[in-house]
Design a protein around this ligand. Structure first.
Ligand SMILES: Nc1nc2c(ncn2[C@@H]2O[C@H](COP(=O)(O)OP(=O)(O)OP(=O)(O)O)[C@@H](O)[C@H]2O)c(=O)[nH]1
Ligand SMILES: [Mg+2]
Length: 334
């Protein structure tokens, strides 16, 4: 990618130009040091222009209907004049071209809608790294005038927490009959949710979906924290027949009002800013560690020796980390 001036990106974003927005996102996803510096400048410059958008996280196990839901819900919003950006966090998968293609056909109408912008997950790297890129992409989208941002993640790992740490509202999609364990009703994930929607409530599945809704509402009620101002509702919807979508958007807005009235929104944003800083520190440390030439030299031997129980893991870790101390000291003297 040829390197452009900061103003090239800033002008493009100010015009809401989706092609230049896509290039700006490619810039924040780049690992080249020159790109990283420019990306940092870009983020620093646009930061004051951001923060007004509705930030919505969506998760659910594979096949629950995330893509279909985002297409239907997205069209619902775009038709009402919103400008919607869809981002994704999917650090685990080496997503095949086929899967992205499937998503594109599932989001065909949205992908070609004027008011929408869809960007697949940055590939490769640690969860922290992918989360940083998605967070920065979100800010770029906001600077480009998108007023609703959806961050999608597949509900199988730790990525839900990463998404929850960057959005205002976390929607968990579920389906009836898939079994609790399967759907990751691990307390951890449910506790992140500001609402749960039982999808595919259509046709023969209408009654079972309603039943699941009731059961889950009861279960959620039992595990409710008593302090929060918001009690996560459970609703049904059908991404296929477009039902329940408006109700979900109303929930998002109602939640926003509750957060605004209770003063939690600015608090939440402050917490997220801190989380962002920590993510960057952790990613930076990891990167520094792996790119240190002394570490690169010693690491294979340490791995071998720990594996063969010739060296204690504690000793190996300390020895490797000590190399960074030295590098730091050298730098400080420069
Ligand atoms: N009946 C019915 N089927 C649905 C609905 N939403 C999605 N589906 C179907 O469920 C299947 C999976 O939908 P996707 O949107 O691909 O699900 P996903 O959660 O994005 O799946 P992954 O991308 O694999 O994680 C598809 O065959 C959809 O047509 C719905 O509301 N009702
Ligand atoms: Mg999908």
């Amino acid at each position: 990618m040829p390197i452009q001036s900061l103003n090239f990106y800033l002008d493009g974003l100010a015009q809401g130009n989706r092609r230049i927005l896509a290039k700006a996102i490619t810039l924040v996803e780049s690992r080249l040091p020159a790109h990283r510096d420019l990306a940092q400048q870009l983020i620093d410059t646009v930061l004051p222009l951001t923060g007004e958008a509705v930030r919505l996280g969506i998760s659910g196990v594979p096949g629950v209907g995330k893509s279909t839901f985002i297409e239907s819900f997205g069209m619902h919003l775009v038709e009402r004049g919103h400008r919607l950006a869809v981002l994704a966090i999917d650090p685990s998968s080496q997503r095949s071209g086929g899967s992205i293609l499937a998503d594109k056909t599932r989001m065909q109408r949205l992908a070609s809608a004027d008011g929408a912008f869809i960007r697949p997950s940055p590939s490769g790297g640690t969860l922290g790294g992918v989360a940083r890129m998605t967070r920065e992409s979100m800010l770029l989208c906001e600077a480009a005038g998108f007023d609703v941002i959806i961050v999608e993640t597949v509900g199988v790992g730790q990525s839900e927490a990463a998404v929850a740490s960057m959005v205002d509202f976390f929607l968990l999609l579920m389906i009836t009959g898939a079994g609790d364990a399967l759907q990751g009703i691990k307390k951890g994930i449910l506790e992140l949710a500001h609402a749960v929607a039982i999808n595919k409530a259509d046709g023969d599945n209408l009654q079972p979906a309603e039943h699941t809704r009731n059961e889950l509402a009861k279960a959620l009620h039992l595990m409710q924290p008593t302090n929060g101002a918001w009690i996560p509702p459970v609703v049904t919807c059908s991404a296929k027949s477009f039902s329940g979508l408006d109700q979900i958007w109303e929930l998002v807005l109602a939640h926003r009002r509750v957060l605004a009235d209770s003063g939690e929104l600015p608090e939440r944003r402050k917490e997220q800013a801190l989380q962002w800083m920590w993510d960057m520190i952790e990613e930076g440390l990891r990167e520094r560690f792996h790119s240190d030439p002394d570490v690169q030299e010693l690491l294979p031997r340490m791995i071998r020796q720990v594996r063969q129980a010739e060296v204690a893991p504690t000793h190996a870790a300390r020895k490797l980390l000590f190399l960074l101390d030295k590098a730091g000291a050298d730098n400080r003297q420069m």
